[in-house]
Write a protein that binds this ligand. Structure first.
Ligand code: HEM
Length: 298
């Protein structure tokens, strides 16, 4: 058959097949929509807290004065800091609430949920894999066979818990000193400032170097791993990175349930733009901190 112009008419493919033709490779779903959204909000809140916090901490340096202008002055930096803290508390509470919902859905006890096979809790296997990884680094053994969560991913996850406990509680003390000094001696405000400030420096340094390296700068991931943003990873990557998880899913016949069409190209590009900005700010903050510590520390 041909059109009036003599061109052949192409029979359109049914919608699902058309999609398959455009993007034939389905991908493994590693993170749910809520987990991705919470991680994105965590990035926004942490970067806001770190940049405003460091501007206040190193306020006597030239760059802090420049950055404070971007925020609208030191006082406004303090307001942005408090607003970002509320967002971080919101992210943390939503995550804890989602765990309670998960427990109800799976009808498990807290012990079974916390110490179950796919849990984030550190266990003996993580110690074994940590030692095996150190041996692999120095060429004394093969790359360990990792499962759903590696020991460094679990460590990063728990860093948020003690971060909230230490930085969050001391931050609230600085925010509401009158209330807290009804319960605690006044000197505690000075102590809280030191703890908050130093633990914040540690957290910022850790996230923008170790966490960034582990997730984005490792040779297998360089220059960026988008899995926590898109939620998806190629199946070949799952097989190579998390062979134990892959084998368990194949053995239980559940792998297909975890496969989905890739995200649209425009979504992936937007995500990459957001992630590059976050990485850029993070690395810049590290350079600022090193500069301030070496040349200007008081
Ligand atoms: C999550 C809850 C948090 C709360 C409630 C909180 C609250 C506060 C408050 C009220 C101040 C005093 C601000 C001012 O003087 O105007 C402050 C200072 C500061 N915050 Fe936070 N903050 C939190 C998290 C963080 C995080 C995650 C970081 C960095 C990673 C951070 C880094 C800092 C730094 C460096 C200072 C300046 C301390 C100094 O003067 O030496 N804060 N915070």
């Amino acid at each position: 058959m041909a059109t009036d112009l003599g061109l052949p008419i192409q029979t359109p493919l049914p919608a699902p097949e058309r999609r398959m033709q455009l993007r034939p490779e389905r991908e493994f779903v590693r993170f749910t929509r809520l987990q991705r959204a919470l991680h994105a909000c965590m990035i926004v809140s942490f970067i806001s807290l770190a940049t405003t916090g460091m501007t206040l901490k190193f306020s006597y340096t030239g760059w802090a004065v420049i950055v404070s202008h971007i925020f609208g002055g030191f006082q406004t930096a303090g307001y942005i800091h408090r607003t970002a803290a509320v967002l971080m508390f919101g992210v943390f509470s939503t995550h804890v609430y989602s765990l309670i919902q998960l427990k109800k859905k799976e009808r498990k006890s807290w012990l079974a949920l916390i110490f179950g096979p796919d849990s984030m809790m550190l266990n003996r296997q993580d110690l074994v894999q940590f030692i095996a990884t150190m041996k692999w680094f120095i060429g004394r053994g093969p790359r360990p066979q990792y499962g759903r969560w590696t020991y460094w991913e679990k460590f990063d996850y728990f860093a948020v818990f003690w971060g909230i406990a230490v930085i969050g509680t001391t931050g609230l003390t600085l925010w509401f000193p009158v209330f807290f000094t009804r319960l605690l001696p006044g000197s505690f405000i000075n102590i809280a400032t030191i703890i908050h400030s130093d633990e914040a420096l540690l957290a910022t340094g850790f996230i923008f170097t170790v966490h960034f390296f582990n997730t984005h700068l490792r040779p297998e991931k360089f220059p960026m791993d988008t899995v926590v943003f898109t939620g998806h990873m190629p199946l070949a990557e799952l097989k190579r990175d998390k062979p134990l998880e892959y084998e368990a899913l194949v053995a239980s016949g559940q792998l297909d349930e975890h496969m989905e069409e890739p995200q649209p190209e425009i979504v992936v590009r937007t995500i990459r733009g957001f992630a590059w900005v976050a990485l850029g700010i993070g690395f810049s903050v590290v350079i600022w901190i090193i500069y301030a510590m070496i040349f200007a520390y008081r």
